[in-house]
Design a protein around this ligand. Structure first.
Ligand code: GTP
Length: 600
């Protein structure tokens, strides 16, 4: 028998990265006996290897727990949310499946950029927030100060704040009780036609696509014929179940519940996140409102060092895509690098994770080109084209308008750093929007800025300017016209298309010089002088050269020390693996990322 809606609570935990979301989720599982202490390491919610290594949540994992309060048994569905800004769209999906959210704030660090961003997302989605201080066990915790910040930043009522230590287990039962008492029960009707919202999916080698659903109305059973309302595709349910936290089969799910189903769906692309599932014979009148599709915003080229590995790379990328529908790849050809793929990512962290996964799961040696954002170009003939890489930019003569994505970015920083941060934002073509003081010591600073200026190293710069205390969060607002140009790089007279970048005209010369300097460092000397040039259209705007090789590289080891020589040779051999031949010049992988370090 499915649990009646009055005994169900659907909630998620929203927090800034590292404020203890995963630790709290583990405590919920422990305190409700869903999982034993022994299993906790093997089977926490952050189950992907890479997530565990990096200690951050990327994909969300739901779990159903049971808890008794006042003689009643409640079914609590905890929907995990990712903590990193690249995966923000997944937060919105989780929120849509819940009625409440635990807003978790580190009792020492206080309110951070994502605390604010996620709290507002949850409020807009109409969720009941349970403000909660975590890490109250810390000797240097400052609960009153942090509660003051919460009041100022997200309008928290101090009387409602719960206090817990996810690590030592203090206050967990009280928090579970607060979830039951404060979060409203779902308002669905089990007898109405089926309406279930798809909020996630993953691919299972044996079962095919596993679809994660939150039931709004009606019920679902194995054998039932269902229809996806947006795609009009029909399937027969083969298995239903709940996450406890592993997949556990059940006979039926009804209004208000959260779980999964399988239906012999072979391709993850056939399942649209945000789509509504209904009964094929007794369909609901209208679908639920969908979500915005996550769109890749950052693109870069991936090329096998050996051209014959192109098909292997295609296969490896295809495997990754099975479980990550927000990642995209299309074949492209580069004059210098040969055959490869242009890959689309949600952001820089997503890009790094995909690259690490590729290298871990395959033996491929890859060269990656510098990332760029997506641009829009309005041509003189009225046509608008989307450009994912510099090589797709048409001739300047046919371009009427060049447009780039703009983000609204919020920083939460110590008040003492305002001046430095403002200077940094102005340097990056930022437009000041507002400041807001959370307390005398901390302030929120809001800017609008081109995404291109954000992706490279803004996060690292923020951390260094604020000595680690600043945090940031951003959302894409749309595209805006800008004076952009494609800058080409020539190595020994050959244009290397993989090194081209799209830059703002005002910074082109400075960036061109920096790229060339970096290239000069990265490219080894050859037997001839190597000329390096940066050009816009046909006009050279910067030049450098790498002097011809005169001495043996090992000569600098003063002849005698053979171990040092060996080390140097080994290092060179290592570097060789990722060399690409451009004309007569050998260019190492690092050189293709030279543009990354030319950003300021
Ligand atoms: N002292 C103390 N440390 C805690 C507590 N809760 C979490 N931590 C520590 O804080 C760090 C971050 O905790 P996580 O649970 O991984 O943080 P998270 O919010 O899940 O991070 P993301 O998954 O990246 O969003 C870990 O080192 C935890 O051990 C607590 O109550 N007290």
């Amino acid at each position: 028998m499915p649990t009646p809606t009055s005994n169900i609570r659907n909630f998620c935990i929203i927090a800034h990265i590292d404020h203890g979301k995963s630790t709290l989720a583990d405590q919920f599982l422990l305190k409700t006996g869903t999982i034993s202490e022994r299993d906790i390491k093997a089977q926490t919610l952050d189950s992907m290897d890479l997530e565990r290594e990096r200690g951050i949540t990327i994909r969300m994992h739901p779990v159903t727990i049971y808890y008794e309060l006042g003689g009643r048994k409640y079914e609590l569905n905890l929907i995990d949310t990712p903590g990193h800004v690249d995966f923000n769209y997944e937060v919105s999906r989780s929120l849509a499946a819940c009625e409440g959210a635990v807003l978790l704030v580190d009792a020492f660090q206080g309110v951070q950029a994502q605390t604010v961003a996620n709290a507002f997302l949850a409020m807009e989605a109409g969720l009941k927030l349970i403000p909660t201080l975590n890490k109250i066990d810390l000797a240097h915790a400052r609960p009153d100060f942090v509660i003051g910040e919460m009041e100022q930043a997200v309008f928290t009522d101090p009387a409602e704040v719960m206090r817990v230590s996810a690590k030592s287990g203090i206050g967990i039962e009280d928090l579970l009780a607060a979830v039951i008492e404060r979060v409203p029960a779902p308002a669905g009707d089990s007898t109405a036609p089926l309406k279930a919202m798809i909020y996630n999916s993953h691919f299972d080698t044996y079962k095919g696509v596993v679809v994660y659903v939150r039931l709004i109305d009606g019920s679902m059973k194995p054998g039932q014929r269902i229809k996806m309302m947006r795609t009009a595709r029909e399937y027969v349910i083969t298995e239903m179940g709940q996450f406890r936290p592993g997949m556990e089969k059940c006979d039926e799910l009804a209004a208000g519940q959260v779980g999964y189903f399988t239906a012999n769906i072979k391709n993850i692309q056939d399942v649209n996140i945000g789509d509504t599932v209904t009964d094929a014979f007794n369909p609901a009148a209208e679908a639920l409102a969908g979500y915005k599709e996550p769109k890749p915003m950052v693109y870069s080229g991936l090329y096998p060092v050996n051209n014959h590995e192109f098909e292997d790379l295609r296969e490896a990328l295809g495997k990754l895509k099975l479980n990550d529908s927000s990642f995209t790849f299309t074949p492209e050809v580069s004059d210098g690098l040969g055959f490869g793929f242009r890959c689309g990512f949600l952001g820089m962290l997503h890009r790094e994770i995909i690259q690490q996964r590729l290298e871990r799961d395959s033996e491929l040696n890859l060269v990656q080109t510098a990332p760029n954002v997506t641009f829009e170009i309005l041509k003189n003939n009225g046509e608008t084209v989307t450009v994912h890489g510099p090589q797709d930019v048409p001739d300047a003569g046919v371009i009427k308008e060049f447009r780039e994505p703009i983000v609204k970015i919020s920083f939460l920083i110590p008040a003492g750093n305002i001046g430095d941060l403002m200077a940094m934002c102005t340097d990056r073509r930022g437009t000041f929007i507002r400041t807001e003081y959370l307390s005398q010591q901390r302030v929120i600073l809001v800017y609008e800025m081109p995404l291109a200026e954000v992706i490279y190293d803004l996060y690292d710069k923020l951390k260094s300017v604020t000595h680690g205390y600043g945090t940031m969060d951003y959302e894409v607002l749309g595209y805006r016209t800008a004076d952009l140009v494609r800058m080409d790089i020539m190595v020994h007279g050959n244009r290397v298309d993989a090194l081209s970048i799209i830059v703002h005209r005002s910074t082109a010369e400075r960036r061109g010089r920096k790229v060339l300097q970096k290239l000069r460092e990265e490219i080894d000397r050859h037997l001839f002088e190597v000329a390096l040039q940066a050009a816009i259209g046909g006009r050279i705007i910067a030049r450098e050269s790498i002097a011809a090789l005169r001495k043996n590289v090992t000569a600098k080891c003063y002849g005698g020390d053979i171990t040092r020589k060996r080390k140097l040779w080994a290092k060179q051999a290592e570097g060789k693996k990722r060399m690409k031949q451009i004309g007569q010049v050998e260019v190492p992988q690092e050189a293709f990322l030279a543009v990354l370090e030319s950003g300021d």
